[in-house]
Design a protein around this ligand. Structure first.
Ligand code: 3PG
Length: 398
């Protein structure tokens, strides 16, 4: 696909899709890794004399929901760029048009959450047009959103001369180098709360890895599919059949599927809420599973000692609140130690995973940290990512 070296950008309005879907605590960005990764690219485009119009989503809003506004991200982005960043309260129509018209070459403008409009996820032609009129050139620097065929990740590449941004380019190069012929055994850890997004891809992933460890919200769906009680824990019961099928296939595929044997439960997800460690067979009606227990963590650590390559997406528990970060923190420390000693290649990805590994002070020791979670897993499965394919198929010179 075309990269920035191929682009003539001076004087152009560049619509750049990035991933500012960063972990937030109220209006505060709690992990800025995704911002840091895109800075060189934003600076390069501005230095080439273009107007830099930034597009992103945040969270999964249903229509315009102010709690998903990108406005609070402006301060962090601007501080890290060392340049002012203007903000438009809508990504299309009058607000956006006026804000773009006021830009000078080298300026930065962030447009409001693209997911405030249904046309974004529908990849609707009318919405793509409304975005496209704001720019002359499209750059996609959101590898972590490349698995979504949305207007700002896929549609725009069909309308404007398009290029991959630097961080997208570098991520794909590094991941290809590290994972096209990984040293076996390969262990994948899949956790986190985005159950439905990831559950269906486990089937394919299983065929590519030797050990598949399931944690976080996803593990609950598997436990429930085995007929266990999971109380008030996150779970997507409608996916129980998929989970059962995955468990049945794992044996046939020679993939060791690892589920928690013990868990940490509480009746409230709040700091200081009383918690207990219990077996997965003892979960009560009022309990919420918020982390894996020590026996499960020890089992994962033992398997890590056998593995030579680790790919990790999604924390084991509700890591934002102590003590539910314990399973993730302990396993991260072991992976970091094994990587330092040269025994393990460790690759982790995803917004929450990065935040959890940073919190555990382990990210710096990992072989590579990808900004991408779901996109990284789909790429690993061998799927074509719509955001990348659109760049490839619709390559046109600026
Ligand atoms: C991510 O955090 O993986 C990306 O920002 C994509 O978010 P999504 O899963 O809501 O599309």
């Amino acid at each position: 696909f075309p990269i920035l070296d191929d682009a003539q950008l001076a004087g152009k309005r560049v619509l750049i899709r990035v991933d500012l879907n960063v972990p937030m605590d109220g209006a505060k960005v709690t992990d800025a890794t995704r911002i840091d990764r895109i800075l060189p690219n934003l600076q390069e485009i501005a230095a080439k004399g273009a107007k830099v119009i930034i597009l992103s989503h945040l969270g999964r809003p249903k229509g315009r929901e102010e709690k998903y506004s990108l406005r609070p991200v402006v301060a962090e982005l601007s501080a890290r760029l060392g340049k002012p960043v203007a903000f438009a309260a809508d990504c299309i129509d009058e607000e956006a048009t006026k804000a773009v018209a006021a830009m000078r070459d080298g300026d930065f403008l962030l447009l409001e959450n693209t997911r405030f409009h249904a046309g974004e996820e529908k990849n609707g032609e009318a919405f793509i047009d409304q975005l496209a009129v704001l720019g002359d050139v499209y750059v996609n620097d959101a590898f972590s959103c490349a698995h979504r065929a949305h207007a700002s990740t896929e549609g725009l590449a069909r309308r404007l001369p398009s290029f991959a941004g630097r961080s997208m380019q570098v991520e794909l190069e590094i991941l290809t180098n590290l994972l096209s012929h990984p040293v076996r055994p390969v262990m994948a850890v899949v956790g986190g709360a985005k159950v439905s997004t990831k559950l269906e891809l486990l089937g394919n992933l299983m065929r590519r890895v030797d050990i598949l460890v399931i944690g976080g919200g996803m593990a609950n769906t598997f436990l429930a599919a085995q007929g266990k009680k999971i109380g008030k824990s996150i779970c997507e019961m409608e996916l129980a059949d998929v989970a059962r099928q995955i468990m049945a296939e794992a044996a046939a595929e020679n993939c060791e599927l690892v589920l928690p044997v013990d868990v940490v439960v509480a009746q409230k997800f709040a700091a200081g809420a009383p918690s207990r460690v219990i077996s997965v067979d003892e979960v009560g009606d009022e309990d919420m599973i918020l982390d894996i227990g020590p026996k499960s963590a020890a089992r994962v650590e033992l398997l890590l000692e056998k593995a030579r390559t680790l790919v990790w997406n999604g924390p084991f528990g509700a890591f934002e609140i102590s003590p539910f970060d314990k399973g993730t923190t302990e396993i991260a420390a072991v992976a970091a130690r094994l990587t330092r000693s040269g025994q393990l290649e460790s690759i982790a990805g995803g917004g929450d995973t990065i935040a959890a590994l940073n919190k555990a002070d382990a990210a710096k020791d990992f072989t590579y940290i990808s900004t991408a979670g779901g996109a990284f897993l789909e790429w690993l499965e061998g799927k074509k990512l719509p955001g990348v394919e659109a760049l490839r198929l619709n390559a046109r010179r600026a």
